[in-house]
Design a protein around this ligand. Sequence first.
Ligand code: CMP
Length: 145
Amino acid sequence: MVELSLVMVKPHAFDSKKLGIIVSMLEQNDFKIVGLKSIKLTTEMARRFYFVHEGKEFFERLIKYMSSDTIAAICVQKDNCVADLRKLVGATDPTKAKVGTIRRTVGETVEANGVHASDCIENAKKEIRFFFSDLELFSFQYLDY
Ligand code: CMP
């Protein structure tokens, strides 16, 4: 089934010009880029995006980091997109991610791990809507929400 998912390129990866490598890895693995933008999150936006982690030990650090500099939001499309993207992105800790995964390639630490990827279809829908309107997604017909 064709699905959409959301990749967020984190500040250090964007700043160190890893956006091209990440887009290239996505394309080489058959993910179609259907939306892409770069923005700087406010702390309030970062809190809203990561609200499920509120209260965790690392939450305030994560919010400060994610609102510290420019990020890129990428909406991708593929059959079995959400699960396949998680596989390509790899483990949260880049040192534990498999060779060939995005986090192993561009990640530095658990916090600065290169990219965020939606963890399930329900959250992918919410995260895509957080960043994109229909007009900004050429495959918006796949969004039945
Ligand atoms: P991400 O996929 O963006 O989702 C939540 C983020 O919190 C996660 O990637 C990590 O970057 C970060 N994170 C998770 N666990 C920790 C931790 N123990 N310490 C610092 N950051 C963490």
